[in-house]
Design a binder for this molecule. Structure first.
Ligand SMILES: O=C(O)CCC(=O)C(=O)O
Length: 292
């Protein structure tokens, strides 16, 4: 389900955009479920297992930044993470035996949706090999104005950058001390229903949504079954069972030389990348408070 040119682009540049992955009906169904979940956010005052909230959230004025791990709580999202439309497109990149690492739905609401600072997913969850990637389904048409995901091409072949500040993990690169040409970053734009794919080592981030349009991105993180995490956070039964979305598990990890930095000691602010990044030394993207 990917052309040879798409596979080559992924290998060379570390990212892809594939249009038309979600058909109109599925898109409508997913959007309706998201609206339902967001409508419930008025009942919560603080971050919990499901909601990651904008700093400006209040029960009266609900502002959801992320729905965390939607596949764990809502069957529609579990089914989506296993769907042939996605698995068929990533198998040519990481092989037929595939494990789901995690899911998250970043909302980036119109007018104030938070930026995500430059980072590499590899800095959060290093594995024994880097046949690991994330897909992102756009639930809205996405362009640069509403906060497209941006990837620095070729950065997946480079170093793993320091994601620490003041002696602890902060989930963000320091834009002032990294030798990365952020100006070369490509915006991954596309109509609703498109899917982005980025390599686990690719440097990526996204800006504040200053447009009057939402930008919802449903991210799925997948690994080759023989890529074992260097920090195991979930049960072995799940690891070889429910989290397998295609093919067979193995207890023989494939180990390849890759640059690694451990995300330790843990970030002082826990709960999500947005919380982790609050302890970053400097920011690249403007935030809502400054934009007003
Ligand atoms: O939502 C985005 O634009 C970026 C998401 C991302 O990189 C993350 O949540 O790790």
């Amino acid at each position: 389900m990917l052309t040879k040119a798409q596979v080559e682009q992924y290998r060379e540049e570390g990212y892809l955009v594939v249009e038309g992955v979600l058909d109109r009906e599925t898109l409508a169904e997913v959007r309706a479920e998201v609206d339902r979940i967001v409508a419930e956010a008025g009942k919560v005052a603080a971050n919990d297992d499901i909601y990651d909230l904008e700093d400006t959230h209040s029960p009266r004025n609900p502002r959801v930044r992320r729905i965390k791990s939607p596949h764990k709580f809502f069957p529609l999202f579990d089914a989506l993470a296993r769907s042939p439309a996605i698995i068929g497109r990533i198998a040519p990149l990481i092989g037929p035996d595939i494990r789901l690492h995690g899911t998250k739905l970043n909302m980036k609401a119109a007018g104030y949706g938070s930026p995500v600072e430059w980072h590499q997913d590899w800095a959060f969850y290093p594995h024994t090999n880097d046949d690991v990637l994330a897909t992102g389904l756009y639930l809205d048409d996405c362009d640069e104005a509403n906060g497209a995901l941006m990837v620095v091409p070729g950065s997946h072949k480079g170093p793993v950058w320091d994601h620490h500040a003041d002696g602890a993990f902060c989930g963000a690169m320091d834009p002032e001390s990294c030798a990365v040409d952020f100006a070369s970053a490509r915006p991954l734009t596309g109509p609703a229903g498109s899917m982005t794919i980025h390599h686990v080592r690719a440097v990526h981030g996204s800006a504040l949504n200053r447009s009057n349009r939402m930008r919802r991105l449903l991210l799925h993180e997948y690994t080759a079954a023989d890529a074992w995490p260097l920090i195991m956070r979930e049960s072995f039964e799940d690891f070889v069972g429910a989290r397998m979305v295609a093919g067979k598990p193995t207890i023989e990890p494939r180990v390849v030389p890759c640059p690694i930095r451990m995300p330790l000691p843990p970030a002082p602010n826990q709960g999500s990348i947005y919380e982790n990044q609050k302890s970053a030394r400097s920011r690249f993207f403007e935030v809502y408070a400054e934009a007003r």
